[in-house]
Design a binder for this molecule. Structure first.
Ligand code: NOJ
Ligand code: CA
Length: 551
């Protein structure tokens, strides 16, 4: 079993910087146009282990298991193997070993809500009503008029109803996503045991944790009834099968206990709920359910200091003792942050905003998850209609990683499964590698600074009161030092008076890092300006007079 080499210890998932890899899109090693596991292994230097690596402490791999690919791997046909398009189990072990040598932990995706309709369990279940596997899935009789048992809808609008009639056995099966993804019945003890074996299979191989797909929806109400209101949207019902069944929390506690039998392992759940009280309940009492729950609140926040400030304030207030926040700007299901921040005809502006967001993500109290390509400012790729492959419009955020300016962007020598974005000629790793002012340079500096700063590594969080309304500012403080972040979300410069700022911070500090490559060294004047969309870090004890303290 491979174990990681890393100085971060058991709490690596609190202190590390984590990075999501969508395997299809990261690196193709055999020219078939599809990214694969050997490709990821070949690119680990980008993430850690070399002087000019990003400095990533862990990777989350979206599914690479055998799959008919109706949902690009989130329809799993065998939980304990590798799809031949992605490689073999030996390739996985090599990836795990190489990652561990570099101090990179590896989190794999666990998909417990549903299987593929080609999974042997479902093939058995649909063979007859009295098959022993029948009850592993959610079946229900048609209503008197032959219509589906209830009005539950799939998460994907194009799929429509969440029920499909199995003609042969005359019952409907439930699918919260595509028809090819039948939901498992989590009330059946056989399902629970099967998943415990799956968890152990990967833990025994040495994986460091799991990202749990749809962690908030796996257990359905026994009654197969009901709709819950959509959080924070009064009067609107969620048309999907209800989330957040109490039994779900018992399931998560049992998995936590299983993980605790091993050393230094963790689980991070996809909890796509926007009611903060419900959301934090997935941490249980603080240390008995999920280690981390993906907080997607930033993905919906409008570009305003108040919105971001409120997100952080809410979770800092609600998280139970011992629980640790987690923040994300992008993933494979949502438009990339830099594209969400785009203003018509002003790509430069989006870039500035993305830089500010990067500084925020990497200096908040909480584990940051980056999405591949975010570190170079990759935007959503344009997808011509004839190249659309995803059922839910998520192709743009899944275009191939942009490594260099070549025809295949260094991703493939063949025809890529999704088109390579035209911007790859200029926006790529190669072009940014040695430019400290580039997005990659900024990410690298932020990650290195975070790692070296006790305040950012594990210090407390205190919002700074009294800043201009367009500004979000906070202090991170540990016994050995403090760092303040000032973020100007507005489109005008903001003048900050030093004496007032220092009063609010409780310390005199010097600038250490700005998202604005144009910022010169600090002047000794009594005030300074934060440029529009500028993020600035100020360190306790830093010398305001120091020469060029921004590099
Ligand atoms: C959430 C995953 O992130 C998404 O890509 C997938 O389609 C659904 N869960 C269903 O597994
Ligand atoms: Ca390949």
């Amino acid at each position: 079993m491979s174990r990681p080499r890393s100085g971060l210890g058991a709490d690596w998932w609190r202190h590390g910087v984590l990075y999501q890899i969508y395997p299809r899109s990261f690196q193709d090693s055999n020219g078939d146009g599809i990214g694969d596991l050997p490709g990821i292994t070949a690119r680990l230097d980008h993430l850690n282990g070399k002087a000019d690596s990003l400095g990533i402490d862990g990777i989350w791999l979206s599914p690479f298991y055998p799959s008919p690919m109706a949902d690009f791997g989130y329809d799993v046909a065998d939980y304990c193997d590798v799809d031949p398009r992605f490689g073999t189990l030996t390739d996985f072990d090599e990836l795990l070993g190489s990652a561990h040598e570099r101090g990179i932990r590896v989190i794999v995706d666990l998909v417990p809500n549903h299987t593929s309709d080609q999974h042997p369990w479902f093939l058995e279940a649909r063979a007859s009503r009295d098959n022993p596997k029948r009850d592993w899935y959610v079946w229900a009789d048609p209503r008197a008029d032959g219509s589906p048992p209830n009005g539950w809808r799939s998460a994907f609008p194009r799929v429509g109803r969440a029920w499909t009639l199995d003609q042969r056995t005359g019952q409907y099966y439930l699918h919260s996503f595509t028809r090819e993804q039948p939901d498992l019945n989590w009330w059946n003890p056989g399902v629970r045991m099967a998943f415990e074996e799956i968890l152990r299979f990967w833990l025994d191989r040495g994986v460091d944790g799991f990202r749990i797909d749809v962690a908030h929806r796996t257990v359905k109400p026994r009654s197969l009834r009901g709709h819950r209101p959509i959080e924070n949207i009064p009067g609107v019902l969620d048309r999907m099968p209800p989330a957040d069944e109490p039994e779900l929390h018992a399931l998560l506690r049992s998995w936590r206990q299983l993980l605790d039998e091993y050393d230094e392992r963790m689980a991070v759940g996809e909890v796509f709920l926007f009611d903060p009280v419900k959301f934090v309940s997935f941490y249980g009492a603080g240390e008995d359910e999920l280690h981390l729950a993906f907080n997607f609140a930033f993905l919906r926040a409008p570009w305003a200091a108040e919105a971001f400030r409120n997100v952080v304030a809410t979770f800092e207030r609600l998280l139970p003792q011992g629980a640790w926040p987690d923040y994300t700007l992008s993933n494979h299901d949502n438009p990339r942050a830099i594209s969400r921040y785009a203003l018509a005809d002003d790509p430069e502006r989006a870039r500035r905003r993305a830089r500010l967001a990067a500084l925020m993500l990497l200096t908040l109290r909480g584990t940051p998850f980056l999405y591949y390509g975010e570190e170079i400012g990759m935007t959503d790729g344009p997808i011509p209609p004839e190249r659309v492959v995803d059922v839910a419009g998520r192709d743009p955020e899944r275009t191939p990683m942009q490594w260099d300016a070549s025809r295949g962007a260094g991703f493939t020598t063949g025809d890529p499964w999704l088109p390579i974005s035209r911007e790859a000629r200029t926006v790529n790793v190669e072009a940014q590698r040695s430019d400290p002012d580039s997005m990659l340079g900024l990410y690298r500096r932020l990650i290195a600074y975070r790692r070296a700063s006790p305040a950012l590594f594990g210090g407390g969080y205190r919002p700074i009161a009294g800043l201009p309304s367009d500004c979000f500012g906070y202090v991170r403080e540990a016994e050995t030092g403090a760092v303040a972040a000032l973020l100007n979300f507005g489109d005008r410069p903001v003048r900050v008076r030093r004496d007032r700022l220092e009063g609010a911070l409780g310390f005199r500090g010097g600038f250490v890092l700005s998202t604005d490559p144009g910022r010169g060294g600090p002047s000794s004047a009594g005030s300074f300006e934060l440029e529009p969309d500028e993020g600035l870090l100020i360190e306790n004890g830093g010398q305001p007079e120091a020469e060029d303290p921004l590099r």
